[in-house]
Ligand binder design. Structure first.
Ligand SMILES: [Zn+2]
Length: 236
């Protein structure tokens, strides 16, 4: 089956669509032969030309996702050729395509390497950063309580977090306190505010300029905790 194409494991020539019955009680369905399902592929681009009703059906049954950021797995002739996102859909003009074909352009997405929790993308443009970084500082420490040997981005994040622990515990405040520590987000010139409400186990931090923010957990028994020895209630 050299000409067959499948999206997320569903062969397009095997998609059966119910059609208006010829008479009552008769169930009729239609599927398109591979000759009606055309494609071309080069480098990272796949062009698919499909009958319009098949295109509708692919969206209806969820083979093609509405969210353009969700990739689909493509196989050609039963062989996987990668993951693609649909980045362009063109409808026919009456004159050049009487059969109502829709042209899809898909772009190949490269397999993203799984990120460890320590390598979160701190260098996104300021406007894109809205999520909260929930971090457990012990994840970044070795058995002696020092910063562990970590790859570059994780180490920068870990150092940043230890500075924030020092700042927050050095001037514990339920309200926001300006630590003076520079934000880690790329191209952001803001400084970080920390807050540590009394009796709380979490340090909150937030960049005043870009909104980059997070929560630090498990900081109490670290050497950066300036409250150690002062407030013995929770120590060790
Ligand atoms: Zn910032």
């Amino acid at each position: 089956m050299p000409g067959t194409i499948a999206i997320n494991g569903t062969r397009l020539d095997k998609v059966h669509m119910l059609v208006e019955p010829f008479s009552k009680g008769v169930i009729s369905s239609l599927s398109y032969p591979t000759s009606q399902i055309r494609y071309s592929r080069d480098e990272g681009t796949l062009r698919l030309v499909l009958p319009a009703d098949l295109s509708v059906e692919l969206y209806r049954i969820g083979i093609l996702p509405q969210d353009v950021n969700i990739p689909v797995r493509i196989s050609i002739g039963g062989r996987p050729v990668g993951r693609y996102i649909v980045n362009d859909v063109r409808y026919p003009t009456q004159s050049n395509s009487p059969f109502g074909q829709v042209t899809f352009t898909l772009t190949r997405v490269l397999q993203r390497k799984a990120r460890s929790a320590g390598e979160q993308p701190l260098s996104q443009p300021a406007a894109a950063v809205t999520k909260t970084y929930v971090t457990d500082i012990t994840y970044y420490l070795d058995e002696t309580g020092e910063l562990a040997q970590l790859p570059g981005p994780a180490r920068r994040l870990a150092s940043f977090l230890t500075l924030l622990i020092e700042a927050a515990t050095g001037a514990p405040s339920a309200g926001e306190h300006d630590s003076g520590i520079r934000c880690m987000a790329k191209a952001c010139r803001g400084t970080i505010q920390t807050s540590l409400p009394p009796g709380q186990d979490e340090i909150y931090w937030r960049c005043q300029a870009c909104g980059h923010n997070g929560v630090i957990r498990s900081w109490k028994n670290t050497k950066w905790n300036q409250l150690k020895g002062i407030d013995e209630t929770g120590a060790c």
